[in-house]
Design a protein around this ligand. Structure first.
Ligand code: CP
Length: 320
């Protein structure tokens, strides 16, 4: 068992130590090596069942967890809100107990309600991985962003990362902060005041984080930028004048990229609103790490599944 790892669930990284985060990143590097072999498979989760329970839309997270679990030889099954008994009104509690009764050892879950994975983790013996809950957290995204930045920039100590856009509704921004700050990065947030938590823009941002209302100043000299999706499905009306105005004032185009350190990369968790928060020339340009983030997502999620299995006697024991 890894001495730095004793977690039973992956719900958030807000209480993780630097050593725990580095353990996942180092393990992810080992998984990149596994994925580069002619046979991209390891036996760590043979005989175990991973259930992907996505009650909210996803492409990258769901598919990469599925590929990760299969690369570790787990049996994998999917359940989505549409087509499951959630549509008939079955409760989250009953759904989780049912999935456990069906033999799920690991439950990877996405839910529109912040806190839903905590509710489930307290009520099942399965290991729970939060694949995104409401506006609260997306820990595997934070870890894959940190992994991608570390691969591109080396040691993140003292590096300045600009996170731009809809901070208020972004579980990615929160998880990026909780993952990058312990690694020594400094974060500059920038976005419309209506889309930044009031406490953060009025002088009480988290440790290691500052708010800069002028996006050009936020980008000046930055070592990397993470552009966030404008989450129109979570927004109340009236937070923005118009998409055209948002794009003009906050959109990241090639001109704005020129304010960053020479060669500094840009990332986006996806899915993108191209032409709104990010210009297509940036998204698909030579400094974009966006597809690299997606590729790295498989290795990072393999690392999480592997560490949970290695750290959990329940996962390693044969079921009675
Ligand atoms: N980044 C992310 O969570 O993408 P999906 O919604 O496609 O999973």
């Amino acid at each position: 068992m890894n001495p730095q790892w004793s977690r039973r669930h992956v719900l958030d990284t807000d209480d993780w130590s630097r050593a725990e985060i580095e353990t996942v990143l180092d393990q992810s590097r080992a998984m990149v090596e596994v994925l580069s072999r002619p046979i991209r498979r390891a036996p760590a989760l043979r005989g175990r069942t991973v259930i992907l329970f996505f009650a909210e839309a996803s492409t990258r997270t769901r598919v990469s967890f599925e590929l990760a679990a299969k690369a570790l030889s787990a049996d994998v099954t999917n359940i989505t809100a549409t087509g499951s008994s959630l549509e008939k009104g079955e409760s989250l509690y009953d759904t989780a107990r049912t999935l456990e009764a069906l033999g799920g050892d690991v439950l990877v879950m996405r839910h529109a309600s912040s806190g839903a994975p905590y509710f489930v983790a307290r009520r099942t013996s399965a290991a729970v991985i939060n694949a995104g809950d409401g506006t609260h957290a997306h820990p595997s995204q934070g870890l894959l962003d940190a992994f991608t930045l570390r691969e591109a920039l080396g040691d993140l100590e003292g590096k300045r990362i600009a996170i731009v856009g809809d901070i208020l509704h972004s579980r990615v921004a929160r998880s990026d902060i909780h993952t990058l700050v312990p690694l020594g990065a400094r974060i500059t947030l920038s976005g419309p005041p209506t889309l930044v938590p009031a406490a953060w823009r009025c002088g009480q941002p988290p440790s290691g984080v500052t708010y800069e209302p002028d996006v050009d100043r936020a980008l000046d000299g930055a070592d990397a930028a993470i552009v966030l999706r404008l989450q129109r499905e979570r927004q109340q009306a009236g937070l923005l004048p118009s998409l055209r105005e948002y794009s003009r004032v906050w959109g990241i185009d090639v001109g704005r990229m020129g304010r960053m350190r020479a060669g500094a990369p840009v990332m986006h968790p996806g899915p993108m609103n191209e032409g709104v928060e990010i210009d297509a020339a940036v998204a698909h340009g030579s400094r974009s790490l966006i597809e690299k983030q997606v590729t790295n997502g498989v290795a990072v999620r393999m690392a999480l599944l592997y560490l949970l299995a290695a750290g959990s006697a329940a996962l390693l024991e044969d079921r009675a």
